[in-house]
Design a protein around this ligand. Structure first.
Ligand code: URP
Ligand code: ZN
Ligand code: ZN
Length: 463
């Protein structure tokens, strides 16, 4: 199949020009003015932006958590991602306690293969590197899994103590990988939680009130120091607060190799969502929790200054009706996580570009290019260039939609609520291509279940 995209305004992290794009098969074959090439299909992109497909490097599809499973699997989750203009995800495979990471990787391959509608890679959530297990890092790298998430939260489940953090970071640093950290001091938080529950504080809002920003900042500071000593580059996931960002800024200004991502929920939602009537607050139970509103502009400043490089979603949906409800009696039983894989690009375009906080180039950088570079996918993904995969979004910058669980142009996720219900966004992915195939056209999915390929990723390079 060959396609010619005519007259689109092509935006990359560094370019902004109007031209035609010739796609032959899965790759971009030529970019130029007034291309006259016989093709199977011509798309007129006049008045539209052409972005590299979005990359969401933080998703949890078909993931076990709190006695249930995240409600989007690799089919429904990647289809929803495509609707929103995301053409690559990096999901988290999990090492079960006492088992091999390679077993975990096999499990996640089985979940994704034959189901994913867009390309995908895996990070590995590493929980145990005692003894010989540490040598598995090398095997994972050979398998194209070059980044590892370590948790200072969730004691007894995914938590790693400082000794094992140091040991794992040293090995990842030696082998050229990237360490990702969920930074919250789970030990202290669990102590606060126990006290709150014993005092009868069981409503959803107590999830947030027992996870103070200081304990996020402490974990950032500690893991940055440990990673620096261990010689490993560090990427802090889902930064939610000014306190945590301040520690990243401090680490970076003292020369440490530390990066950070935030998520649309921390830029658009705030603590007041927990104060809603009844059990509604459970929809927003995630870790770290939503913070006081003033943190939002600080996080935007981090994206503007470059101390934060990436906006991912941490998409981890649980249905309100039969999953979030597991914590009706006590907030500790509410599965942690919220949906967002579909709405990231429009939300970031609307509040970033339309509202004047960031340039078009920076929008592309934080939603696609930076993740491709940090996670070993660039320039195959994350840009519009000859020989790159033809993962493209033809984006209508004028079209406005109201995000709603009932709007098929904004909600195709397998979950019974949308965290951004009622948000009006200007800027919608109109046509989405994955490796040269049109997979979304005017809010209709026309891709194929299982056409997404596993991406073996390269080692970390600072470029
Ligand atoms: O609440 C969240 N973030 N759930 C997903 C798991 C994680 O910690 O990223
Ligand atoms: Zn996390
Ligand atoms: Zn996560």
């Amino acid at each position: 199949m060959s396609i010619l995209i005519k007259n689109g305004r092509i935006i990359t992290a560094v370019d902004d020009f109007t031209a035609d794009i010739y796609i032959d098969g899965e790759k971009i074959s030529a970019i130029g003015k007034d291309l006259e090439i016989p093709v199977d299909k011509v798309i007129d992109a006049s008045g539209r932006y052409v972005f590299p497909g979005g990359i969401d490097p933080h998703t949890h599809l078909d993931m076990p958590f709190g006695g249930t499973m995240s409600s989007d699997d690799f089919e429904t989750g990647t289809r929803a991602a495509a609707h929103g203009g995301t053409t690559t995800i990096i999901d988290f495979a999990i090492q079960s306690m006492g088992h091999s990471t390679l077993e975990g990787l096999d499990t996640w391959h089985a979940k994704a293969e034959g189901k994913a509608c867009i390309d995908y890679g895996f990070h590995m959530i590493v929980t145990d590197t005692a003894g010989d297990r540490i040598t598995e890092i090398n095997r994972l790298i050979q398998e194209g899994v070059t980044s590892y998430k370590l948790f200072t939260a969730y004691p007894g489940v995914l938590y790693m103590d400082d000794a094992m953090l140091f040991r794992t970071m040293q090995e990842v640093g030696r082998k050229g990988g990237l360490v990702c950290v969920h930074a919250e001091n789970g030990i202290v938080i669990d102590e606060i939680v126990r006290k709150a529950v014993s005092e009868g504080k069981t409503a959803p809002k107590w999830h947030a009130l027992t996870r103070p920003t200081r304990m996020e900042a402490e974990a950032v500071h500690r893991t940055a120091s440990i990673a620096d000593l261990a010689g490993a580059p560090l990427y802090i996931v889902h930064v939610s607060s000014y306190d945590a960002l301040e520690q990243i800024t401090l680490a970076r200004s003292s020369g440490m190799t530390v990066f950070g991502e935030t998520c649309p929920q921390y830029l658009h939602l705030d603590h007041s969502y927990y104060e809603q009537e009844g059990f509604e607050g459970a929809k927003y139970v995630m870790s770290p929790p939503l913070r006081e509103k003033w943190n939002q502009e600080e996080l935007w400043d981090g994206l503007i200054s470059g101390d934060l490089q990436v906006v991912s979603t941490d998409h981890c949906p649980f249905r309100f009706k039969d999953q979030k409800i597991l914590g009706k009696e006590v907030f500790t039983k509410i599965p942690n996580g919220a949906p967002g894989i579909e709405n990231r690009m429009s939300l970031m375009f609307n509040s970033g570009v339309v509202e004047g906080r960031i340039s078009l180039n920076r929008f592309v950088e934080i939603t696609s290019t930076a993740a491709a570079k940090l996670f070993g996918l660039f320039p195959r993904k994350g840009t519009v260039a000859v020989d790159s995969d033809a993962d493209l979004v033809i984006f209508d910058p004028e079209r406005t939609e109201t995000i709603s669980v009932n709007n098929p142009c904004t909600h195709n996720m397998n979950v019974d609520y949308n965290a951004y219900e009622g948000f009006k966004v200007t800027g919608i992915a109109e046509t989405v291509l994955s490796r040269g195939k049109i997979i979304v056209e005017n809010c209709n999915f026309c891709g194929t279940r299982g056409s997404g390929k596993f991406l073996k990723r390269s080692l970390f390079t600072e470029a």
